[in-house]
Design a protein. Structure first.
Length: 75
């Protein structure tokens, strides 16, 4: 399903640029480019999360308690 993944990522990029234009009609090219990249990466991450859930594996965010810094004693 590689082509469907790519189409989803492109749709995410287009949606992010459209949202940017609605929020700031005078947004520059750099702002729109950053929005497009963020939308592309975000849609890809969302699709991979959905695929993991469909496979039965639970995709969980890492626990804040699992950090090595949080295990250090605090004075």
């Amino acid at each position: 399903m590689g082509i469907l993944d790519t189409v989803g990522e492109i749709a995410g990029a287009v949606a992010a640029v459209e949202a940017t234009e609605k929020v700031d009609p005078d947004a520059g090219l750099l702002t729109k480019g950053i929005a497009a990249v963020a939308g592309f990466k975000g849609a890809g991450a969302l699709e991979s999360l959905v695929e993991k859930k469909e496979e039965g594996g639970e995709a969980q965010a890492p626990d804040a308690d699992s950090d090595s810094d949080s295990a250090a004693p605090q004075a």
